[in-house]
Design a protein. Structure first.
Length: 169
C-alpha cells in the first residue's frame, strides 16, 4: 500500500519532530459499502461480512469489517493524523498483527499511531510503526499491529523540504 505524496528525505537519515509520541486520528465510520467493496476486490465473501438479515442475530450481531480492510484504513488515518512524514510509504511487512475485536458495520474507529523506530534499509528509510485501532465505545481495540513502512522516495525528491532533525550515525 503506498501513498501518492512525494518524499521529504535526502540521502541522510532524518527523524522529523513529528515522529515522536503517539498521534490520534479523527474518528471514521466503517460503512457496509466499504466492507462490500473490499469483499468484491478480494473475493472474500464470507457470510460474516454480508448484511443479510439472517446474520443480524449471529455471532457478531451483524456484519463485520474485514481485518485487512481495517489495516488498510489505518495507514490513511495515520497519515491524516500527521503521524507519518509526507512521503511515499509502502507496507514492507509486519512484525506482529493481532485482531482483538470485531468492527461491526457502522462502527466508528480511530487509529493511534506511534513510530517505534527508524533505520536504513538498502539506502531507504524504514519505519517501525505501531497501529492501535480503537472502536468507539469499546474497551478492546480492533487490532494492534507493529508494521514496517518503507519510504520509496529518492534523494532528489526533497532538497528543499528536508526536516531539521537528523539521526546521528
Amino acid at each position: 500500500m503506498a501513498t501518492v505524496a512525494t518524499s521529504n528525505y535526502t540521502e541522510r537519515q532524518f527523524i522529523p519532530p513529528v515522529l515522536t509520541g503517539t498521534r490520534c486520528s479523527d474518528w471514521l465510520c466503517v460503512t457496509q459499502g466499504q466492507i462490500d467493496a473490499f469483499a468484491a476486490a478480494t473475493g472474500d465473501m464470507q457470510s460474516i461480512h454480508r448484511s443479510d438479515a439472517e446474520h443480524a442475530n449471529g455471532l457478531f450481531r451483524g456484519p463485520i469489517a474485514h481485518g485487512l480492510l481495517l489495516v488498510s484504513l489505518a495507514m490513511g488515518l495515520a497519515r491524516e493524523s500527521g503521524a507519518l512524514p509526507d512521503a511515499t510509504w509502502v507496507l514492507y511487512g509486519f512484525e506482529k498483527l493481532r485482531f482483538r475485536a470485531p468492527v461491526r458495520s457502522g462502527a466508528r474507529v480511530r487509529c493511534l499511531t506511534t513510530v517505534n523506530g527508524v533505520r536504513k534499509l538498502a539506502g531507504k528509510t524504514l519505519l517501525n510503526v505501531r497501529y492501535v485501532m480503537e472502536i468507539q465505545d469499546e474497551r478492546i481495540p480492533a487490532f494492534v499491529a507493529d508494521c514496517l513502512l518503507l519510504n520509496l522516495g529518492r534523494a532528489s525528491d526533497s532538497a528543499a523540504a528536508a526536516p531539521d532533525v537528523c539521526l546521528a550515525g
